[in-house]
Design a protein around this ligand. Structure first.
Ligand code: SF4
Length: 194
């Protein structure tokens, strides 16, 4: 993408902060767009902002975000340089319910702009909602996680959502945390081998 195109895409994305294209606009405090590097090789897509994200305008800054950051750092990613983090839906659903299909569809143009802007080599989909949003696959994360997928000529890795890991904190071999470490290690290896 040329510098001019990048600038235009970035400007278009900033309009997201005043979006009212679905009913989540009525209850949100802040539109939560992204954090990280817009030129990162890795893009992590989660579900939707929670309370802390809604209050701060930053994605993945609560306990789930700390868990995600820890996993990324453990396998060697520099959070400022290597990663761009966002959600499939940019406004907090009331009571942290799952986003509806109509809300995912309404928010998709913003996600597409982010994908255009960052043009990541690898995408990590954190949780079933992100998998549904990008791959249009519905299913249990136990079956989906850890298996490379392809989307628009990009490598895609579904992983457990960090909030699931907080509810299942065991470090035993084969437990969700252990499996997710292995998934992020596979992502790191893939990017190091390129
Ligand atoms: S969730 Fe997305 S589509 Fe809905 S109001 Fe927020 S930014 Fe707009």
């Amino acid at each position: 993408m040329s510098d001019t195109s990048r600038l235009m895409t970035d400007e278009a994305l900033q309009r997201c902060s005043s979006c009212t294209d679905c009913s989540l606009a009525e209850t949100r405090q802040t539109v939560v767009i992204a954090r990280g590097n817009t030129e990162a090789p890795l893009m992590v897509i989660g579900e939707a902002p929670g309370a802390r994200e809604d209050a701060t305008g930053q994605p993945f800054v609560g306990r789930s975000g700390l868990a995600l950051d820890r996993l990324l750092k453990e396998v060697g990613f520099d959070l400022e340089r290597d990663v761009y983090i966002c959600n499939a839906v940019k406004c907090r659903p009331p009571k942290n319910r799952r986003p509806k299909r109509s809300e995912l569809a309404a928010c998709r143009p913003w996600l597409d702009l982010q994908l255009d802007l960052v043009n990541p080599e690898v995408i990590v989909l954190a949780g079933a909602t992100a998998v549904e949003a990008i791959l249009q696959i519905k299913g249990g994360m136990s079956q989906l996680r850890g298996r490379w997928q392809s989307w628009n000529q990009r490598a895609v890795m579904p992983v457990f959502h960090p909030s699931y890991l907080l509810r299942n904190p065991s470090s035993d071999p084969g437990a969700p945390l252990d499996l997710t470490r292995a998934d992020f290690s596979a992502v790191r290896r893939r990017l190091c081998e390129r």
